[in-house]
Design a binder for this molecule. Structure first.
Ligand code: SF4
Length: 484
């Protein structure tokens, strides 16, 4: 089952814009986390250049991915674990189902993992009669509600306390309450039972280290540690790009992950997992499987314009500053990955044409690059995606998305490179705009195909006197000319 429903982006965005409760929740998370994360970058011992340092580390790892994955697999195998390389989501899910069958698994506890959302794991397990319990509180809430995550690290950010109170009263049979502590206790009691009876634990992997052969998981609730140590089988899903070379590289990225995700110095619970528990040891699983997933990442790796996207550590810092995400929320994107990172990675995974609206919907304001702990140039890749969508691209099976738009842009380009014609066109447009009415400074409604621009914003009127002629009329001193 495909997890992508990107075709409804515009429809869902309109709905989200009219949802005042959602607007309030998004504004609250962005105003809290966005500025706090920026302040934290400046306090790292490496100084403000740490983001560029992290970028270089990730880039080195991605450029040596084949070697590092081999090294990681060797170390995990030496430690008694098993590694499976899945070409796509279907192979990853099938392998997990085989492991579940082999161990007679009837119930699973899961730590939050976006890559398992990407491959559609939960429905596949449930269709085999296996009970799946999400154990991250936010994921648990949306699982009970039958919804999808709307934020990479805060999946239930769109839900209010009142909505969670009603949900828990209905699904867990408790008295209605809006008290966060009481709601958390209710979830804790329900989840405790699931942890103690589960046959298999499934987690994602925040980072993996080739040198040591371990994967790292981070949570603030301790649920991932319990998912990976209490059941007799632990299966970890990992996007193939998540590996780094050394423990030193790992340390820097790992700190930045917590800072980018929640403006923290370090996540509350950190686990390094390298294999099953030692024989006779009371803690840890008897079997450990690491599923390394490609699912389109090799194609991204092969394209120099998009390879940088594999440096992403899915921290969600870019979501917390994005003006578009801040208005439409995560569900509008129709992908496990929302916000600016989703607007780039979703077309790369789901297809450019299918997810065209996502990258065309971003503002290119650059806030995501400033916020990213890895200094990933998302705006550049958004522009590249738009270029390929305009031109078509055989390698990515992409057909030009809008020929009239392309023709209009070519005409505009020609106009701006022919000054005399440009000036005449501006002068004509300045006279014609009076026919459009609206206010003294702005046009509220444009005609025909231009109407989309003014549907949600105004267009400034073209000045009757162009800038160049105003500039010429200024005195040299007002132009900042010193006369030296
Ligand atoms: S693009 Fe950067 S900020 Fe956004 S999720 Fe990835 S690493 Fe985090």
């Amino acid at each position: 089952m495909t997890p992508f429903t990107t075709e409804k982006y515009i429809e869902r965005s309109r709905k989200a814009l009219a949802d005042s409760r959602l607007q309030g929740a998004l504004s609250s998370v962005q105003s809290r986390l966005g500025p706090a994360t920026q302040r934290m970058y400046g306090r790292q011992p490496e100084g403000p250049g740490i983001r560029q340092q992290a970028h270089a580390i990730r880039r080195r790892a991605i450029d040596n991915l084949d070697l590092l994955l081999e090294e990681l697999a060797d170390r995990v195998t030496e430690n008694g674990g098993q590694v499976f390389f899945a070409r796509d989501g279907a192979e990853a899910v099938a392998y997990c189902l085989d492991v579940a069958k082999e161990h007679g698994v009837r119930s699973v506890v899961k730590g939050k993992s976006m890559v398992t959302e990407e491959v559609g794991l939960n429905p596949a397990l449930e269709s085999e009669g296996i009970m799946v319990t999400e154990t991250d509180l936010g994921e648990y809430i949306i699982q009970l509600a039958g919804e999808k995550p709307s934020h990479i690290i805060a999946p239930a950010i769109h839900k209010t306390r009142e909505q969670v109170g009603q949900l828990f009263a209905e699904k867990l049979g408790i008295d209605y309450t809006e008290d966060p502590a009481a709601l958390t206790q209710a979830a804790r009691a329900a989840l405790r039972e699931a942890f103690l009876t589960a046959d298999m634990g499934i987690t994602g992997c925040n980072l993996a280290c080739a040198q040591t052969g371990h994967i790292t998981t981070v949570s603030n609730e301790g649920n991932i540690r319990m998912s990976s140590t209490l059941p007799k089988v632990h299966v970890a899903f990992m996007g193939m790009e998540r590996v780094v070379a050394t423990l030193t590289d790992h340390d820097i990225l790992f700190r930045l992950l917590s800072t980018g995700a929640a403006a923290q110095k370090l996540g509350g619970y950190v686990s390094y997992v390298g294999g099953p528990g030692p024989a006779g040891f009371p803690d840890g699983p008897e079997a450990f499987h690491l599923i390394v997933i490609d699912n389109g990442r090799s194609r991204i790796l092969a394209d120099p314009a998009f390879r940088e996207m594999l440096c992403c550590i899915r921290c969600s810092a870019c979501l917390n500053v994005c003006p578009v995400y801040g208005k439409i929320g995560g569900h509008a994107y129709g992908s496990p990955y929302s916000g600016p990172v989703g607007a780039v990675v979703t077309p790369l995974l789901a297809g450019f044409n299918r997810a065209a609206d996502l990258c065309r919907g971003e503002t290119l304001c650059g806030a995501c690059k400033q916020a990213c702990p890895i200094d990933i140039d998302l705006p550049r890749m958004l522009r590249e995606l738009r270029f390929r969508l305009a031109e078509g691209d055989a390698v990515w099976d992409t057909v030009p998305v809008s020929r009239p738009e392309k023709a209009a842009m070519e005409a505009f380009s020609w106009l701006t490179t022919h000054p005399a014609v440009f000036r005449a066109a501006l002068s004509a447009a300045s006279r014609l705009q009076s026919l459009a009415g609206s206010s003294r400074d702005s046009l509220h409604r444009l005609p025909g195909p231009l109407a989309g621009w003014t549907r949600s914003r105004d267009l400034r009127r073209i000045s009757r006197q162009p800038f160049r002629s105003r500039w010429k009329q200024l005195k040299p001193s007002d132009r900042g000319e010193t006369g030296v």
